[in-house]
Design a protein around this ligand. Sequence first.
Ligand code: NDP
Length: 316
Amino acid sequence: MENGIEHVKCLIIGSGPAGYTAAVYAARANMNPVLFTGPEIGGQLMITTDVENYPGYPEGIMGPQMMEDFKKQAERFGTDIRMAMITKVDFSGPVHKVWTDGNVEIHADSVIISTGASAKWLGLPKEDEFARNGGGVSACAVCDGFFYRGQDVVVVGAGDTAAEEATYLSKLCKNVHMLVRRDEMRASKIMQERVLKAENITVHWNTEAVEILGESTVEGIRVKNNKTGDSQVLDVTGFFVAIGHKPNTDIFGDWLTKDETGYIVTNPDRTTTNVEGVFASGDAQDHVYRQAVTAAGTGCMAALDAERYLAEKGII
Ligand code: NDP
C-alpha cells in the first residue's frame, strides 16, 4: 500500500486461457500476480461444451471444467484471483493505474491484458441457450464442426470468418447452407471463390435466419428471403453464427494502439504494446487464430515479457 492505494507488480485482466496461463507463469516467477476475472469468469470456453482440440486431454473435456482446471493451476502457485472487473485505466505514467467496478484504485508495475473477444450473436430465441448447452448453435467451426460430420449445417454471415467457416465445414459436413443477408459478400475475393467453388455449399443470397427450430437441439432453421419475403425451413442440425467478434478492449480507450476493429496491436512476435509495461495476449490481440491453445501460448509469452520488463527495471 502507498497512500492507501494497493500496489502490485503484475496485474492480469481476464480469466480465459490467456489470463490463467499468464498467471501460472507470473506466479512461478515470483511476480505475485493479481488476476481480475472480468464479467464472464473463464471466458468464452464457459459457453462451449466439449473441447477436443486442446492438447493433453485425450478424451476431450468440457469447456467449463477445463477453465476450472486452469484456475486451480493458477491458484496453486499463489495467484490472487479476484472476481471483479477493471472498468477504467490510466496508462500515462510509469506506474499503471486501474480502477475496479467498485471504484477501487490499484497501481501496477506491469499489466497483462487478456480480456478476450466476444462472438457477436443474432439475438434469436434459443440461440444463447443452445450455444451454452451444446444444442447445435456455435460461433466456432474449428471448435465444434467435428460434431456435425456428415450432417447438414447453416452458416450465417458473409465476411472472411463466415467464408472460412463454411469452407472448413464443407470438408466435414454433407451440406452447408450459407445465409448472406445482402446480394454480395463482404469476404475477400479468394475466400468467396472457395465458397462458390465448393460443391456442397449453397449460398442463399438476401436471406436471413428468422427462427431456430427444435426443443433442446437444432432441428431446422427457418429462413426468409428479405427481397421476396419467401420463407423456407432448412433441415439442418448445426447453426454456425459467423457475423464477427468484438474484442473486449473498450476500457483501454486511446491509451493503447488498436486496429480498426479494436484488437490491441502488439509488436511483431511479442506481446508488448505501445505502452511500456503493458502486454496483450489472447483474443484481445489475436483476430487470426482465436483458439484456446494459441491464447494460452500468448498468455505465457506475455508473462515472460512482463518478467523480463520487471527484471530490467529491478522490480523483481
Ligand atoms: P466482418 O465484420 O468482416 O463480417 C461480418 C459479416 O457478418 C458481414 O458479412 C455482415 O454482413 C454479416 N452480418 C453482421 N451482422 C449480421 C446479421 N445480424 N445478420 C446477418 N449477417 C450479419 O467480420 P469477420 O469476422 O468475417 O472478419 C473480421 C475481420 O477479420 C475482417 O477484417 C476479416 O478480413 C478478418 N479475417 C480474416 C481472415 C483471414 O484472412 N483468413 C479470416 C477471418 C477473419 P454485411 O456484409 O451485410 O454487413
